[in-house]
Design a protein around this ligand. Structure first.
Ligand SMILES: Nc1ncnc2c1ncn2[C@@H]1O[C@H](COP(=O)(O)OP(=O)(O)OP(=O)(O)O)[C@@H](O)[C@H]1O
Length: 368
């Protein structure tokens, strides 16, 4: 496995880019730590495939370098990078059996027969295909073929990195969960450096040690699932991650006081602001309904099983709160309070750290 360094990396598909908008990938400097599992998460068109293709060698970046363990591989073709890749759609040899497909990358490396047999069985068990090892791939469903692709990607342990590009798209929902769990286990057991591209937050958050959130050609945050949840670095991260996403309120901030929709409350600390547009971000999980706090009005309650989502109007701004399944929700007028440590301040969409440092978040959903 290798450490992957992105050094002043940027890419434009245009020959003569003039402005930041001409770049599909804005400048990025980052080390992908050897042996960590990363997810590249973001909406369609944000630049995930561009970045992955640069790492795999399918695309040569217009600016900057890619290093594997300090060696410049920017201009090396994919075949010389010693990586394994799994794509959105299956890539299998139809005329070969499942066993031959799984063994193929190991035969290519000329591994001893006994080792090949051992590894093939291990991977087949993982993808639940032990019983069909001698079936020809041509007769299998797309779902089964994709499992073979995943198995083939994972069968070698000497690759620099394993790259997955939305690999579970064609897999049925139950198997998706199963394979994600298996991938996580495989990572835990073998310590591969893994990069997994997805636009699905559940996939990203359950699979990865670190999630790289991309938006509009830019990496806006690299963090653990907890960091992305509690301290979104950009309003996009707050909005994109979570269900529902973070509430964002236009707010005026003066010293340690904030004012939302005409009501003032204490932030408990100051923020070094520079005069930009300020917003307060609070996750629905960190809002409490009761008799004190900011006056709000309940507009709708959605029962989604394990909890309820309460939609409210806060002085003309919409917000959502998550309350426990058994919690009583007032009809109409109520008040809302924010859980200690659950408030984030944004200036021009970027998070500003509190001067007193981040307080730990007190507790998630009431009664959860
Ligand atoms: N070959 C290309 N030539 C020109 N522009 C491209 C090319 N490939 C991608 N782009 C543009 O670059 C930007 C980033 O695209 P990219 O495919 O990397 O995003 P993505 O996040 O992977 O999206 P998706 O999830 O839809 O694949 C988009 O604006 C896209 O239109």
């Amino acid at each position: 496995m290798a450490k992957i360094t992105l050094d002043s990396l940027a890419h434009s598909y245009l020959n003569d880019p003039q402005s930041p908008e001409d770049f599909a990938l804005q400048e990025l400097n980052h080390d992908w730590v050897d042996g960590e599992a990363y997810a590249l998460l973001g909406p369609s068109g944000c630049g995930k495939s561009t970045l992955l293709n640069i790492i795999s060698g399918l695309l040569i970046p217009s600016h900057g370098r890619v290093l594997f363990d300090g060696k410049d591989v920017t201009h090396l073709p994919t075949a010389d990078r010693n990586i394994a890749q799994v794509f959105q759609f299956p890539v299998v040899y139809d005329t070969m059996t499942v066993r031959e497909n799984l063994a193929f990358p190991l035969r290519n490396r000329k591994l001893p027969q006994s080792e090949i047999a051992d590894r093939v069985i291990r991977v087949a068990r993982m993808i639940d295909m032990e019983g069909v090892l001698d079936r020809r791939a041509s007769g299998l469903t797309a779902d089964a073929k994709q499992k073979i692709s995943l198995g083939r990607g994972m069968v070698r342990d000497d690759v620099n990195a394993l790259l997955f590009d939305e690999p579970l798209t064609v897999i049925d929902p139950h198997m998706k969960w199963e394979l994600r769990t298996q991938l996580k286990k495989l990572h835990h057991d073998f310590g591969h450096t893994m990069i997994y591209v997805t636009h699905d937050q559940t996939e990203a958050l359950t699979f990865a040690d670190k999630v790289v959130v991309m938006y509009d050609g830019r990496v806006v945050q690299i963090g653990t699932p907890d960091e992305l949840f509690e301290r979104p670095a950009h309003t996009f991260v707050g909005y994109f991650i979570g269900s529902p996403g973070m509430n964002l309120f236009d707010a005026q901030i003066d010293g340690t006081k904030a004012r939302i929709a005409g009501t003032q409350f204490d932030l408990g600390t100051g923020y070094a602001l520079k005069g930009g547009k300020t917003k307060i971000g609070v996750r629905p999980e960190f809002i409490r309904l009761g008799h004190h706090g900011l006056p709000a009005r309940v507009t709708r309650v959605e029962d989604v099983g394990r909890h309820k989502i309460v939609r409210l109007d806060l002085g003309g701004q919409e917000m959502s709160a998550i309350v426990g399944e058994g919690a009583a929700v007032p009809d109409g007028g109520t008040h809302v309070q924010f859980v200690e440590g659950g408030v984030n301040v944004y200036e021009d969409d970027w998070r500003v750290s509190p001067e007193r440092g981040d307080a730990p978040v007190a507790a998630k959903t009431e009664a959860a």
